[in-house]
Design a protein around this ligand. Sequence first.
Ligand code: F6P
Length: 355
Amino acid sequence: MKRRIGILTGGGDCPGLNAVIRGVVEVCSKSDIEVVGFLAGWRGALNGDHRILTPEDVEGIQTMGGTILESSRTNVKKTPNGPEKIIETMKKLGLEALVAIGGDDTLGVANFLRKEHGVNVVGVPKTIDNDLSCTDFTFGFDTAANIAMEAIDRIRTTAASHARCFVVECMGRSSGWITLQSGWAADAHIIIIPEFPMNMDEIMEIVKKRYNRGKRYTIIAVAEGVTIEGLEQGDLGVDAFGHPLLVNSQLAKDLATAIEKRMRADESLDEKRKYFECRSLVLGHLQRGGAPSAFDRVLGSRMGVKAGELVAAGDYGNMVALKGTEIVKADLDVAVSVRKDVPASLYDACKYYFR
Ligand code: F6P
């Protein structure tokens, strides 16, 4: 009987997903393994929505953003009889394994199905947030950081023309990777990330110093998951995996308003402070949109090829990962249970540039 496997993309979409899909399909087809693509992540595996993927179907797709299989944040663990339904779908379609492409939530489900229900899985780490451990980089991060960098580059000219302060908010959930990478690359004057949050006084000190040095504009890059002492954050609601919906937050706006207010009220500054303006910009889902960078196209392709090779060898239960310059097998259990934060050494190096 012909060997068959399933593949799915779960969680937030991310540039490079299509490259992985192609890699898996190309390698599997060489080993005469048929690939069944589930639609909309775990939801497709639950209800059986799928399409067969041939090399013809995936030609050239590594150049495209998003995912041809669509995605969703479906939590199998919270779905009544979720694991049983997936096992049933796999039996019906004659699948020996699943390739799950996702972040900690999607891979957490894959790991749960592996450990608790004996499902054969191969994990592929995806997220613009770059917060999965056991891999040096997740694909999607490079593209997102470059989009954010370009946005900050563009904000600079309008900020300078109006002598304004700008707060630019980047995605990344509880990790500051995108904010640090893009903010440092684009020469933001202050970079605030969840791993090393600053309070209002520390932020104001830098803004004021710049003002007193005659600097006409200031750019602040802030990660969406930051909590700033002294700023109110209302109830944001949560997604299917219980993560706060940071997209509902007013962080950038609230921070910009607070900076403007404090500057205008500060009598130690000259009279012109009364015209001080601070604006905000939330980059949001733009950071996940559009074509992947060359780095992400190739990283996604290499991870897809490795996942396909593991399938061909019947070597299940791991995640593929980038270690240095090599694509290797990594421990899925560790990858989904430990978050990869920005290390202090990296943030400290970047702090030399805050001025
Ligand atoms: O995890 C990726 C991510 O883009 C986060 O950076 C962000 O907080 C979240 O997803 C947004 O999720 P959604 O697309 O469901 O609004």
